[in-house]
Ligand binder design. Structure first.
Ligand code: ADP
Length: 613
């Protein structure tokens, strides 16, 4: 039997000593197996067991001490209390405790005050880095991160007072405001030495505002020198470097008075090539200027499918640029009278003569009027040869307005453009009536090409087209947007060939149709684009790079055979390229490859957080 330790009779410190001593005595005389035997000791057996092991450790320490002494070291002072765990600490226990408590409360105090300051100053508790914010539609891998951020937000939303158990006022977290740029703060000047003292003086004069920047070309008579001086003045004024924006290697004379005012350099856009696009029996290699990875590769795959299926057919069914001035009368009746006059076929010849007198190529085709009370919107349509034709049509319209002043002296011309044209804005009038070139392009893609090249099947494509390009776009309230990505191809070809990029808006109007043919085996695909606005003369088409791209397509400049043939062919090529682009993207979506291919071609492994501003 084990003697019961007398707990009641001893003070707390004596309790431990007594208990341990008693147990020690027992442990030294009792075999281990007996001590571990659960039966007679339960429930105190566990306590006893742990005490025994503590005692074993202590005895080992004592043994260690005696070994040291034996080795000749000074004998340790005899301890007048049994050793405790705190004996291992370098400082006495009360000092160690004091030190730790002080450190703990100082850190807590610091963190809490910092946290409260952040809330008061509306400083975000978590600053999102560039890499975190650089998520795009294809960023499926980052979904987990998003979930994490949401979780983090919800944590931040819980009351600090509840979570931390302290009375910190809960201040609503407002989004961080962009840092205010001090107006008085002057950026450090960036000064590049000029080639001559004269140029240095001109730069200083521009910086000081004595010489207007826009006048440099006319004053110097040297466009490159003017661009260089303007660029230097700009760097000094803003304190921002233009390094990376090239100045050399561009013909600044070629843009003077035509393409761009006050140049300081030029932006480089890579040009990729797709093809051959087999269209109307001819092969075309189509240049596309883009920075969107995957676009060129995808369109090229569409070209391959078209080529392998025997090619595409493009038909241009309308060609006319429009301009619609707005004029106002005293009464709606007078506005209606002018409408009747302009739309009367008997007056067409007279009006054509007036309209056509300012150009060899601009030929009036028709006039369509819309009334809004006392105001009349007159939409003139004319052929423009190989020019896109905005200047040409505007000149013709001005001729007619001047002429109408004789018979309608009460007509007030409010503006040469009243937006019924409608230029560079999405508008149903272009979608329904057409503007520029109206083209339909089609191809029959064979069943095995759909499978082997496009990696999908006819039924899947037809269904996807119906639910996405037709129904989905209808649900979205689309205006001419019944396609997958016509504007991608239109914009890239426009940039490469010197078209007005802003006109991609109406030029990208497109309805893509897909239908199973030949007993449901093959795919009939078509794109109908009513308002492709392109030219091969004028504007940016005459610049060296753009001109080279037009040359590649065989449509550079004015057509020698028939006026307008080059521009019409270019519009047909645009539609053919869109057909290829639609085929490929739709197939990728039908096959579920879209995200994978974008991750491969459209995502750089470069760490964007390392790119400093
Ligand atoms: P836009 O009307 O597209 O703005 P511009 O008026 O700038 O074009 O350029 C058209 C100019 O090119 C006109 O001066 C026109 O006389 C000339 N031109 C030369 N050949 C042709 C052609 N085949 N088709 C159209 N314009 C041509």
């Amino acid at each position: 039997m084990l003697p019961k330790p007398s707990l009641q009779r001893s003070s707390p410190s004596i309790i431990n000593t007594t208990t341990t001593t008693t147990v020690n005595a027992v442990a030294s005389t009792t075999p281990r197996s007996q001590l571990h035997s659960p039966s007679p000791l339960s429930p105190g057996s566990l306590k006893l067991d742990s005490l025994i092991s503590m005692d074993v450790r202590r005895r080992q320490t004592k043994m260690g001490q005696s070994v040291k002494t034996a080795a000749g070291e000074p004998p340790m002072k005899p301890q007048n209390h049994p050793p405790t765990a705190s004996d291992a600490l370098p400082l006495p226990l009360y000092l160690t405790n004091g030190l730790f408590f002080t450190m703990f409360f100082s850190v807590m105090y610091f963190l809490l005050t910092r946290w409260r300051e952040k809330i008061r100053n509306s400083t975000p508790l978590h600053v999102v880095t560039l890499s975190e914010s650089n998520e795009d539609a294809w960023d499926v891998e980052d979904e987990e991160d998003e979930k994490f951020i949401i979780e983090e937000d919800s944590r931040m939303g819980t009351s600090p007072a509840t979570t931390l158990g302290c009375a910190v006022p809960v201040v609503p977290i407002v989004p961080a405001q962009p840092a205010k740029v001090s107006v008085t703060e002057k950026p450090a000047p960036i000064i590049t030495p000029q080639s001559s003292e004269e140029d240095e003086q001109i730069v200083k004069s521009v910086v000081e505002g004595k010489t207007p920047s826009y006048s440099l070309e006319s004053k110097l008579g040297d466009c490159k020198r003017a661009a260089s001086i303007r660029r230097e003045a700009l760097q000094r004024i803003t304190g921002k470097s233009l390094e990376g924006l090239p100045l050399e290697g561009f013909d600044y004379e070629s843009i003077l008075g035509q393409c761009c005012e006050m140049p300081v350099g030029y932006v480089q856009i890579p040009v990729g090539i797709v093809g051959p696009l087999f269209l109307n029996g001819t092969e075309y290699m189509v240049p596309m200027a883009t920075t969107e990875g995957c676009l060129v590769a995808s369109t090229n795959r569409g070209c391959k499918a078209i080529y392998a299926s025997g090619g595409a057919t493009g038909t241009l069914f309308k060609d006319g640029m429009t301009r619609a001035p707005v004029v106002r009368f005293e009464t709606a009746k007078r506005a209606a009278e002018l409408k009747f006059y302009l739309e009367n076929p008997l007056n067409h010849e007279t009006l054509s003569v007036v309209f056509n007198k300012s150009s060899r190529f601009g030929r009036l085709q028709g006039i369509q009027c819309a009334i809004a009370g006392k105001n009349l919107y007159i939409r003139f349509t004319c052929s423009t040869g190989d020019a896109m034709g905005m200047n040409m049509v505007s000149k013709g319209v001005q001729n007619v307005l001047d002429y109408l002043g004789n018979d309608f002296p009460d007509m007030d011309v409010i503006g040469i453009s009243g937006n019924f044209c409608s230029d560079k804005k999405p508008a149903a009038v272009n979608w329904i009536e057409g503007r520029g070139k109206s083209v339909v392009c089609e191809a029959i893609i064979k069943e095995d090409i759909v499978t082997k090249v496009l990696k999908t099947n006819v039924a899947a494509l037809v269904e996807l087209n119906m639910l996405k390009n037709l129904t989905g776009s209808a649900i979205a309230g689309a205006l001419g947007g019944f396609n997958a990505h016509a504007s991608n191809i239109v914009s890239a070809v426009f940039l490469a060939t010197g078209q007005d990029p802003a006109q991609n808006i109406e030029s990208s109007h497109c309805i893509t149709m897909m239908e199973a043919v030949n007993g449901g085996k093959d795919l009939h695909v078509s794109v109908t684009m009513p308002s492709i606005e392109v030219g091969t003369v004028g504007g940016g088409t005459q610049l060296a790079s753009q001109s080279a791209c037009l040359n590649l397509l065989g449509v550079k400049g004015a057509s020698k055979e028939s006026a307008g043939a080059n521009a019409r062919l270019l519009a047909t090529i645009v539609a053919g390229s869109v057909l290829a682009g639609e085929l490929s993207l739709m197939s990728a979506i039908a096959a579920g490859q879209l995200v994978k291919s974008h991750m491969k071609y459209n995502r750089s492994s470069k760490d964007v957080t390392k790119i400093s501003s």
